[in-house]
Design a protein around this ligand. Structure first.
Ligand code: CP
Length: 307
């Protein structure tokens, strides 16, 4: 595997399979891994807010016996004094064995990886990529559906700025017979580079629609996303688009008995809380799978083997 993970493309299908097998083993035999990272330190460098990703990385390292340190906002780092990402990671490389970085600017974790002497994991960069969310999503799907191929996958909501969507599409095109249905308002459709450079170029079947109800009965998997206030330049546009889709019990009644609903979270209004008790709603389970796959990633990048 590459030294740093910046995009889902940095992990091959075989490496992904090995990571998920390792995560499965960690879930089954956690005590076997409880001291695997004794003496190792993970730094979490979060220049943008996070609940799940940062704490999931920290929980992963702590459960492996390692320690963590870091900052949870740019305001509490020397970025406020003008320090560059390159200088920050040069410094962190002296303190930690591995780091996870979230940054509002696309490409910042790639710059960090070029200057660090330790592995850098992109924990989300602007509207670009979020590879460990993709690992989480894939591991959840494989664990609960038993496969990653032969599926119709619906993505709904903010498909323009949603980095989790872009990363997951990139990863799923590697599997056989995966078809996509993109459900969004006209203003929030998938970016051209995804449409032209990935889907059309690789001959992947996809359609773009605006009504969720029309396509729900055909989906094996529905990936809901939040309309992200922080990515809009204009509050008026956000207010107009924020409640474009609300998944509720009535809409769920149109879906198949075995359709799974995923969401990277946080959710705002796009899934009514009445859906949470539906067995097809797996977004809170998804978070747990995320911790185990991050444990597997940390072990793999640190080249730690447990017998
Ligand atoms: N899914 C996700 O990235 O959540 P956080 O923003 O809370 O980390």
């Amino acid at each position: 595997m590459k030294k740093s993970i910046i995009s889902p493309m940095d992990i091959t299908v075989d490496e992904l399979g090995a990571l998920m097998d390792l995560a499965d083993d960690i879930m089954k035999y956690p005590e076997k891994y409880a001291h695997a990272c004794d003496g190792r330190i993970l730094a979490t460098l979060f220049f943008e807010p996070s609940t799940r990703t940062r704490l999931s990385f920290e929980a992963a390292m702590l459960r492996l016996g390692g320690k963590t340190m870091g900052f949870a906002s740019a305001d509490s780092s020397s970025a406020t004094k003008g320090e560059t990402v390159a200088d920050t990671v040069r410094v962190i490389s002296s303190f930690a064995d591995i780091c996870a970085m979230r940054h509002p600017k696309e490409g910042a974790p790639a710059v960090a990886a070029a200057h660090a002497t330790i592995p850098v994991i992109n924990a989300g960069d602007g509207g670009h990529h979020h590879p460990t969310q993709t690992l989480t999503d894939l591991f959840t799907i494989r664990s609960l559906k038993g496969r990653l191929d032969h599926m119709t996958v619906g993505f709904c909501g903010d498909l323009k700025f949603g980095r989790t969507v872009h990363s997951l599409i990139r990863a799923l095109v590697n599997y056989t017979d995966v078809r996509f249905v993109f459900i969004s308002p006209r203003e929030l459709t998938i970016p051209d580079y995804i449409r032209n450079d990935i889907l059309i170029r690789e001959n992947i079947p996809f359609e773009e629609v605006s009504r969720l109800e029309d396509v729900l009965p055909r989906l094996d998997l529905l990936y809901m996303t939040r309309v992200q206030r922080e990515r809009f330049f204009n509050e008026e546009d956000y207010m107009r688009l924020k409640d474009s889709y609300i998944l509720d019990k009535k809409k769920m009644s149109l879906a198949r008995e075995d359709m799974m609903v995923l969401h990277p979270l946080p959710r705002v209004n796009e899934i009514a809380t009445e859906v949470d008790s539906d067995p097809r709603a797996v977004y809170f389970e998804q978070v747990r799978y995320g911790m185990y796959i991050r444990m597997a990633l940390i072990l793999t990048l640190l080249e730690i083997k447990v017998d």
